[in-house]
Design a protein around this ligand. Structure first.
Ligand SMILES: [Zn+2]
Length: 332
């Protein structure tokens, strides 16, 4: 027999009949009282990490959070209405885009390799979550052996220096960046060539890269960062932008970095030019090359700015590509 304390169908119905607003519960004496209080809105999410095996490697995608971009930046060589129509057809907001930041941490079994470091605390209020999510995933910043930098944009490198104690956030790591990228950001070239809205990127890069000069290896395209982790030049977004090809046990993950950035535009219309690509035709050529490789090899791809965790495949029909988000079950 049920005790008086239990919520029973009869009591709930009695409460509803009493006309009280909200949920009502039976107290021990059989009377009716309102629920204690309205629950506060939490405004937070689960820790952002997702882990899977690639051959014998273990890969953890860490979220650095997200940030908002005006959709006017997405395709400067197409009429605005055409871009908005594509977004609307895919149930996306037409004025602002929420861009996620998905960062891979590769455990090869002998080394921990982090690919980019997020925007740090001074980029966007909704980003800079990498360290928290790294800890939630079971690691400390001191554990990282190597940091690979795909390119010098704020959402990829402004987390390098901990500005509170002006020291590297990943103190035991060595750093690896394309030679062309290092020289673009550490000379005056970036400040000269970047369009006005992006000039601040050059100031930030000069704060974050030079202090790490002694720990940084400037690599050539195709350089091996570790066995199974190889760089691939995909220039255009920035002059020395690179992607990574990660291979273990016959499985491949293409870390695209910002060669592709949008789940519909980058795949269905690789010839639409985002204003964030510095050399737009060069970027389009890199994008087409990477998409062709991913589709032909049926390789998994990580896309940094697509909904977390940003993992999926590239399908091809004729000249058109399509992003197919990975929908496998959680596995280790
Ligand atoms: Zn980016």
């Amino acid at each position: 027999m049920m005790s008086d304390r239990k919520l029973t169908r009869r009591n709930v119905l009695a409460g509803a009949a009493s006309g009280a607003a909200g949920l009502v519960l039976a107290d021990s004496a059989g009377g009716i009282r309102p629920a204690r209080a309205a629950a506060p809105m939490m405004g937070t999410q689960v820790p952002g990490w997702y882990r899977f095996k690639l051959g014998s490697f273990e890969i953890t995608i860490l979220s650095d959070g997200s940030y908002e971009l005006p959709t006017s930046l997405m395709a400067t060589n197409r009429p605005r209405e055409e871009v908005k129509a594509l977004l609307a057809a895919n149930f996306l907001p037409t004025e602002t885009r929420t861009s996620h930041v998905n960062i891979p941490l590769i455990n090869t079994g002998s080394e921990l390799i982090l690919v980019d470091v997020g925007g740090g605390p001074n980029w966007q209020p909704t980003a800079g979550r990498l360290t928290d999510n790294l800890k939630a995933a079971g690691f400390k910043p001191e554990d990282i052996d190597k940091v690979v930098l795909t390119h010098g944009h704020p959402d990829h490198i402004w987390g390098l220096i901990d500005e509170f104690d002006e020291a590297p956030r990943f103190p035991n790591a060595t750093y690896h960046i394309a030679e062309a990228e290092w020289s673009f950001w550490t000379t005056d070239e970036a400040a000269i060539r970047l369009a006005e809205p992006f000039k601040g990127f050059a100031v930030g890069a000069k704060k974050h890269l030079p202090p790490l000069a002694d720990k940084t290896t400037r690599v050539k395209p195709g350089a091996e960062i570790a066995p199974g982790v190889v760089t691939m030049a995909t220039p255009g977004h920035t002059p020395g932008h690179m992607s990574l090809i990660v291979t273990s046990g016959g499985e491949t993950l293409i870390v695209s970095a910002d060669c592709v950035t949008h789940p519909f535009i980058s795949f269905e219309h690789p010839g639409w030019w985002p204003s964030t690509d510095l050399e737009q035709q060069v970027a389009e050529n890199s994008r087409r090359k990477l998409l062709d490789m991913a589709a032909t090899d049926k390789a998994m791809m990580l896309v940094y700015h697509i909904s977390f965790p940003g993992l999926g495949h590239v399908a091809r029909t004729g000249d058109v590509y399509r992003w197919v988000p990975a929908m496998w079950n959680w596995r280790l």
